[in-house]
Design a protein around this ligand. Structure first.
Ligand SMILES: Cc1cc2nc3c(=O)[nH]c(=O)nc-3n(C[C@H](O)[C@H](O)[C@H](O)COP(=O)(O)OP(=O)(O)OC[C@H]3O[C@@H](n4cnc5c(N)ncnc54)[C@H](O)[C@@H]3O)c2cc1C
Length: 399
C-alpha cells in the first residue's frame, strides 16, 4: 500500500522541497534525494512575486518566511549613466492588489524554511549525499538508483520528479531535453551590511539600474540587515556552477567611469568579494517527461533572471504537479502528462519574456534613451500592470 503512495524527488533545491511539501499535503509519501552532503546557505537574493508567495503561504510557510523576508515598497528603475530615477513601480499595495505579498529574501533562508517544514512533515524524508544516477521504469512505477559515496541506493516509487536544476541528470537520462544554451552574460553577486551602502539605498526598494553593457540590481535581504547586489555583464566565460569567485578589479572595470554614474560605481566598489555564474537557458520549450518521470523547475525550463521568475516558476510547477498527482495517483503517468500540458505555455512565455527583457535592459545609445523616455511616459503603474499575468496567477482549483 505504502509503495503506491511513494514519490521520489531528485534535488532539494527550491523546486524539489516545495514539491515535497505540496505532494505530502496531497496525501503522498515523498523521498527527496539530494547530492549535496549538507544544505549550506548558498546563493544570494531571490525575488518572490505574489504568484510564488501565495503557494508558499498556502503550504504553511508564512510564519517561517515573513520575519526574514523584506516587502519592497517599489521597484526603482534608475539610469546607470546619470544616476537619476527613471520610473518607480509601486509595490506597497501588492498584497491587496494580488492577494499575496511581494517578498525579496536570501535563497538560503527560503531553502532553510522549506527544509524545516519538510523535516516537521512525517511523510517526507530527505536523503542528503545521494546523487541520482539512473532510473528504470516498469509496470509498477520507477526504480531510482542513487549513489551515496560508495553505496548504492535503490528507491522504488510511483513517480520520479527531476527537480535537479539546470544541469539535471534526470533530464539527461530522459534524452528529451536540449542542452542549456549559454547567453554570453555573467551574473556577479555579493552581500554587504546595510550600513555599508549610502542612506538612499538602505530603504526597502528593489533598485534596477540600466546602463551601458550591464545592469545592476540590489535590494535588502535577511530582514533588511544585508544588501544583495547583482551585476549582470556581457561575458564569454561559460563554466557551469553558481559560485565561482569573481575578480573585483574586473567588475569595477565593467562599470566604467565614462558610462556609469558615481552613485552606481560607489555601490560596486563597496564589496571585496564577488561570486559569479554564467547565464544559460534553453531555447526549446519543455518537452515533457516519459511514463512515471517528469521534470520541474530549472531542470524543465531554465529561465534567465531578467524577470526574476526562476524560483517563481519552480514553485508554481511544484504546486500544479502535486495537484495532478494527488488527484490521480492510480495513473501517475497520466497525471504527469496533464501537469506538463498545464505548464507548457506559461513556462515558455516566462522564458521568452525574460529573454526579451534582457535585450531591453541591454540597449545602448539612442535606443536606450528612447527606452527610458517610453518608460517615463508610461509611468510605474502601467509598467507594473504588464506583469499582471505573472503575479495574479493562481493554482487551478480543479485537477
Ligand atoms: C547553490 C545554488 C546557488 C544559487 N544561487 C542563486 C542566486 O544567487 N540567485 C538566483 O537567482 N538563483 C540562484 N540559484 C538558482 C535558483 O535557486 C533556481 O534558478 C530556482 O530557484 C529554481 O530552482 P530549482 O530547484 O529548479 O533548481 P536549483 O535551485 O538549482 O536546485 C537543484 C538541486 O538539485 C540538486 N541536484 C543536482 N543534480 C542532482 C542529482 N543528480 N541528484 C540529486 N540532487 C541533485 C542540486 O544540488 C540542488 O540542490 C542557485 C542555485 C543553486 C543550486
Amino acid at each position: 500500500m505504502a509503495a503506491q503512495r511513494h514519490v521520489i524527488v531528485a534535488g532539494a533545491g527550491i523546486a524539489g522541497l516545495t514539491a515535497a511539501l505540496a505532494l505530502a499535503r496531497a496525501g503522498l509519501r515523498v523521498s527527496v534525494l539530494e547530492q549535496a552532503e549538507r544544505l549550506e546557505e548558498a546563493g544570494a537574493g531571490l525575488q518572490l512575486s505574489p504568484n510564488a508567495t501565495r503557494i508558499l503561504i498556502s503550504l504553511g510557510l508564512r510564519e517561517r518566511l515573513e520575519p526574514l523576508a523584506v516587502a519592497p515598497r517599489a521597484i526603482r528603475v534608475m539610469a546607470g549613466g546619470s544616476g537619476r530615477e527613471i520610473v518607480r513601480m509601486p509595490l506597497d499595495g501588492a498584497e491587496a492588489r494580488y492577494g499575496a505579498p511581494f517578498w525579496v529574501m536570501h535563497r538560503g533562508d527560503l531553502q532553510a524554511a522549506l527544509i524545516a517544514q519538510a523535516q516537521a512533515t512525517v511523510d517526507i524524508s530527505i536523503k542528503l549525499g545521494t546523487k541520482v544516477e539512473d532510473f528504470a521504469t516498469h509496470r509498477k512505477g520507477v526504480s531510482v538508483l542513487g549513489r551515496q559515496s560508495r553505496q548504492v541506493l535503490d528507491e522504488r516509487g510511483i513517480a520520479l520528479i527531476g527537480a535537479d536544476g539546470i544541469w539535471s541528470s534526470v533530464a539527461t537520462l530522459l534524452k528529451r531535453q536540449q542542452r542549456p544554451t549559454f547567453r554570453h552574460r555573467t551574473a556577479w553577486r555579493t552581500l554587504v551590511p546595510v550600513e555599508a551602502v549610502p542612506e538612499e539605498f538602505r530603504a526597502p526598494f528593489v533598485h534596477l539600474w540600466l546602463g551601458q553593457d550591464a545592469h545592476l540590481v540590489h535590494y535588502p535581504v535577511k530582514a533588511g540587515r544585508l544588501i544583495n547586489i547583482v551585476g549582470i555583464v556581457s561575458d564569454e566565460w561559460s563554466e557551469k556552477g553558481w559560485s565561482a569567485p569573481g575578480d573585483r578589479a574586473e567588475i569595477l572595470r565593467r562599470f566604467a567611469r565614462f558610462a556609469w554614474s558615481e552613485k552606481a560605481r560607489g555601490l560596486i566598489s563597496i564589496p571585496d568579494r564577488w561570486l559569479k555564474w554564467a547565464l544559460f537557458d534553453r531555447s526549446a520549450p519543455f518537452r515533457g517527461g516519459e511514463g512515471p518521470v517528469t521534470l520541474i523547475g530549472d531542470a524543465a525550463h531554465p529561465v534567465l533572471p531578467f524577470m526574476a521568475q526562476g524560483a517563481g516558476m519552480a514553485i508554481e510547477d511544484a504546486a500544479v504537479l502535486a495537484g495532478f498527482l494527488g488527484a490521480s495517483r492510480d495513473d501517475p503517468a497520466d497525471a504527469l502528462r496533464a501537469y506538463e500540458g498545464a505548464r507548457r505555455l506559461r513556462t515558455a512565455r516566462a522564458q521568452k519574456t525574460s529573454a526579451k527583457q534582457g535585450r531591453i535592459y541591454g540597449m545602448t545609445g539612442p535606443e536606450a534613451l528612447i527606452r527610458n523616455l517610453v518608460m517615463r511616459m508610461k509611468g510605474g503603474e502601467t509598467l507594473l500592470s504588464r506583469y499582471d499575468w505573472i503575479y495574479k496567477w493562481q493554482v487551478p482549483e480543479k485537477f
